[in-house]
Design a protein around this ligand. Structure first.
Ligand SMILES: Nc1nc2c(ncn2[C@@H]2O[C@H](COP(=O)(O)OP(=O)(O)O)[C@@H](O)[C@H]2O)c(=O)[nH]1
Ligand SMILES: [Mg+2]
Ligand SMILES: [Zn+2]
Length: 306
């Protein structure tokens, strides 16, 4: 029978099977795996083939079906080991806030660039709208306008507003949605509001204890009552793009890539070259300066390259 991995904790896997039942599975020794070496062979979102034991509650994963996409964690050291976070997403959202804590556009853009690198449609959800003053409300509207023009799905919500949560439900409906973002932006609060009876810990309860400690956390998939899923990625600070070169960075910024076709040199990095259409567009305000700065920061961050 086929199923989907909803939780992967090292040796045990929770699989949602075709009947809607959850089966606790182990892996059979010789699984045919992906084309590259990863520290974790089977991840949340993976489609698998399982053999159930008679009781139905337990089983064995016998095959991993091919992935439509996946996303990696940024490696903490310089090893070549790849840790896959999740697979088969329809959409990847970064949860951001303008206050408590403020999310930088650099962080948002790195997330969006990573999603581009792995061909995952992406979006930005600005949370804590109830706390924004007039200036912040204006700033968030400008950001949303800018990101929507590039093609990203955007929303502004307060996790405390039932009306906002209802419209978020519509946005997520029927899709497998990855949620990411800095600690404290409200991911758990939003997921709790979307999925009744889940009761994920929010930072008021657990924040103090988690500070400075290395808690092992796993991505987990939650079923939305109205259809669709959320993949929660607690404790994952940053995703990583692996195996790309400097010329490719602009591919991960759609508006820069598009404009760059008009540069004089076809190997233009859009930094100080003559007749650079991207630099012209930045100076005319057609490409946002913050987006351009994020592009340059990835371009010159050696850590980004392998
Ligand atoms: N005022 C306000 N507080 C929020 C909102 N969303 C989350 N919070 C609070 O922000 C803190 C961090 O939330 P949490 O869900 O733990 O963030 P996470 O680390 O991203 O999972 C908690 O104290 C929440 O109650 C919101 O929309 N408005
Ligand atoms: Mg949380
Ligand atoms: Zn250029």
């Amino acid at each position: 029978m086929k199923g989907t991995i909803i939780k992967a904790t090292g040796s045990q896997y929770e699989v949602l099977d075709e009947t809607g039942a959850t089966v606790t599975c182990t892996i059979r020794g010789q699984l045919r795996l992906t084309s590259f070496e990863a520290t974790n062979p089977v991840v949340v979102g993976d489609r698998v083939e399982i053999d159930k034991e008679n009781s139905g509650a337990k089983g064995v994963i016998t095959a991993l079906l091919s992935r439509k996409n996946y996303i990696l964690r940024k490696s903490v050291n310089l090893s070549k080991q790849r840790h896959i976070i999740a697979a088969n997403m329809d959409k990847a959202f970064v949860i951001a806030t303008l206050v408590l804590p403020r999310t930088s556009t650099g962080f948002i853009d790195r997330f969006l660039a990573t999603a581009e690198a792995y061909s995952i449609p992406a979006g930005v959800i600005f949370n804590k709208a109830d706390l924004y003053n007039e200036d912040e409300k204006k700033a968030v509207r400008e950001l949303i306008d800018m990101y929507q023009k590039i093609g990203y799905t955007c929303a502004i919500i307060s996790a405390l507003s039932e009306k906002d949560i209802q419209s978020l439900r519509e946005l997520l409906k029927g899709k497998v949605n990855l949620f990411s973002g800095h600690s404290g932006v409200g991911k758990s609060t939003i997921i709790n509001a979307l999925v009744p009876d889940l009761n994920l810990k929010t930072s008021e309860i657990s924040g103090y204890h988690q500070k400075g400690t290395h808690t092992t956390t796993f991505a987990e998939m939650h079923r939305l009552p109205g259809g669709g899923f959320i993949i929660d990625t607690p404790g994952i600070r940053e995703f990583g793009i692996i195996d790309f070169d400097r010329m490719e960075v602009s591919h991960f910024f759609p508006e820069i890539f598009k404009t760059g076709r008009n540069c004089k040199f076809n190997n233009c990095l859009h930094v100080n070259e003559a007749k650079c259409a991207v630099l012209d567009a930045v100076s005319r305000g057609e490409i946002s300066l913050s987006r351009y700065e994020s592009y340059v920061s990835i371009l010159y961050n050696e850590d980004s390259f392998r």
